[in-house]
Design a binder for this molecule. Structure first.
Ligand code: DCB
Length: 555
């Protein structure tokens, strides 16, 4: 994302020196973190990074024990849309969409279904082609026994057992294959007891060949009845339960039900969902889809979108007129495909620790590339004499002064002028801006520019004091608007959509409103809280100063 901002600026008119050097520095790195799942120079692929998966508590975890989220596309019925099962298609999903998983939907019933007259050798050939392609690309792959019209998985249980015996023999040594044993049990007569008895017959057959493979089991009512599974779970390790939703049909009530199941300890995998209605061909509901994504990310659930094809229905990812079976351009995607691609690309990249620090691996600010960028732009450094960035440490007032002055000086230099030097001894009226400290001259500058003021009650400027989020917003607002002349107009009522807007002090309200509306500060992902009275962390400062720097430089 950041690369795009920089690129579009570069494409714009005059390319200033700093911008040019920023761009040059960032192009390779930006593309690396941007193409998060690409087999990059280090040969990293999703499977290379995460290895063998297992289930711990409610979470899918990787070989190192870290929670992992699988994300990607499901095929449509492979019998009907076989052309999308190809390595180029999956490569496009991995490299352009940032998917790390594909799902191979093998309908059991319906026209040409595996158990209803389909050519079984041909269909198994498609499974094999899909698994091989995913394996070559280092992607996870779900083999989906797509129970739908047959309603109860017990109807073709014998064939399921034979099918999964063969698959688990064939893929026993693959660490990327996941078995989904019944897509969507449905119908009034299909009970959880039936699904359970089916699972108890099929899972041991898989485990005999592939003892610790992850298995996904569907739940009744088209995999919506996770509450029944939570009340009466199966007794196998490395098992997850399918939750399927279609955002046009299934809303908060299903999220509530799923949350209760998770809270009771049920490991849930969203192995199929659509952003349209449950028929696969009704209205798309983006608002509900986004509510679902909040729920999914809050619980770190894996999610697979229905479906990778160009059928003329709203669930399809590819535009119906587009006949390409790989390398789609964005404009060749249907609305659902565009949404899913954007959704996947908004996820943090998986290749961690791009900043030169030893205490940031896996941290969101590192994964997003903020720590690397803030370092390369010379705005923030780790603690002197160490490789520590201290991403979760509170940012101090003196540090804010230093960082903003660095940016201001760089702007001045880029304009061809020499930045003013400020004395190494205190020139403020505050006795605690001690001489010759790392912050002394920056504090002199920040006070002079009215970006940081002293505490009126104590008559101190408090260089070591931690900065609350609302105070940081105030400093950034002054820096951007008062000092650099950006438009300071704000709409205070925009704060009201945040649950804790009442906790913002009056003096900080304009600054908070400005920061939120300019995407400098955002509410917490789970509930939108702004936490104005909480200390800002150094990682938060990195993100915010980069946003402000971009705004100021673009003006
Ligand atoms: C699921 C199925 C999936 C189905 C989609 C959309 O079914 F797992 O197979 O896909 O959701 O309905 C659709 C295709 C159509 C195809 C049709 C039959 O998109 O092109 O013609 O399958 O093969 C669900 C899920 C939820 C509900 C109903 C269904 N629900 N359903 O909640 O009512 O009726 O299939």
């Amino acid at each position: 994302m950041r690369l795009h901002v920089i690129l579009s600026k570069a494409v714009g008119a005059a390319l200033s020196f700093l911008l040019a050097s920023t761009f040059v520095l960032f192009a390779p790195l930006g593309s690396l973190s941007h193409e998060a799942f690409v087999a990059d120079a280090a040969g990293q692929t999703p499977v290379a990074i995460h290895g063998k998966l297992s289930v711990r508590g409610t979470q899918l975890v990787d070989e190192a024990g870290n929670p992992v989220q699988l994300r990607g596309m499901s095929t449509h019925g492979m019998a009907w849309f076989p052309d999308y099962v190809n390595e180029g298609a999956f490569r496009t999903l991995r490299d352009d969409w940032h998917a790390n998983c594909v799902r191979l939907a093998l309908y059991t019933a319906e026209y040409n279904g595996y158990c209803t007259g389909g050519d079984q050798a041909y269909l198994k050939g498609l499974v094999d082609k899909g698994v091989s392609a995913a394996t070559n690309l280092g992607m996870y792959v779900i083999i989906d026994w797509h129970v739908l019209n047959d309603q109860s998985p017990t109807v073709y249980q014998g064939q399921a057992i034979e099918f999964f015996r063969e698959m688990s023999q064939k893929y026993a040594d693959h660490n990327n294959v996941i078995y989904e044993i019944c897509n969507e049990p449905n119908g009034e007569d299909t009970t959880w007891q039936q699904v359970k008895s089916y699972a108890e017959a099929v899972i041991p057959v898989i485990r005999e060949n592939d003892p610790d493979a992850v298995v996904i089991v569907g739940t009744p009512t088209w995999s919506q009845d996770v509450d029944q599974a939570a009340t009466d779970p199966l007794n196998f390790p490395n098992l997850m339960y399918a939750l399927h939703f279609y955002a046009g049909t299934h809303t908060q009530w299903l999220r509530d039900r799923a949350q209760q199941a998770i809270d009771r300890g049920l490991p849930i995998f969203v192995s199929e969902f659509g952003i349209c209605d449950a028929s696969g061909n009704g209205g798309i509901n983006i608002n509900e889809a986004n509510e679902w994504m909040k729920f999914i990310d809050k619980n770190n659930l894996s999610y697979m979108n229905w479906s990778l094809c160009n059928k003329a229905e709203s669930a399809s990812a590819i535009a119906s007129w587009c006949t390409k079976t790989s390398n789609w351009e964005e404009w060749e995607l249907a609305e659902s495909g565009k949404w899913m691609r954007n959704q996947l690309r908004s996820e943090p990249p998986e290749i961690p620790a791009i900043a030169p620090y030893d205490d940031v691996a896996g941290h969101w600010a590192d994964q997003k590339g903020y720590l690397k960028e803030v370092t390369d732009r010379g705005l923030m450094k780790g603690y002197t004499g160490t490789k520590h960035f201290g991403p979760n440490d509170g940012i101090q007032r003196g540090q804010v002064a230093v960082i903003l002055q660095r940016h201001d000086d760089a702007m001045t230099a880029k304009a061809g002028n020499t930045p003013a030097t400020y004395p190494e001894s205190n020139t403020t009226p505050f006795s605690d801006n001690l001489d010759k400290k790392y912050y002394t001259s920056a504090m002199n500058w920040a006070y002079d520019k009215q970006i940081i003021s002293g505490h009126r009650d104590t008559n101190l400027i408090d260089p070591y004091g931690l900065v609350t989020r609302q105070d940081l917003a105030t400093m950034l607002y002054r820096y951007a608007c008062d000092h650099h002349g950006l438009d300071a107009t704000v709409n205070l009522s925009s704060l009201n959509s945040h649950p804790d807007s009442g906790a913002i002090s009056n003096y900080a309200r304009p600054a908070m409103a400005w920061c939120v509306s300019h995407d400098v500060m955002s509410g917490s992902a789970s509930d939108g809280a702004l936490n104005p009275q909480k200390p800002a962390t150094r990682a938060e400062m990195a993100k915010m100063v980069l946003k402000v720097a971009d705004l100021v430089e673009a003006a």
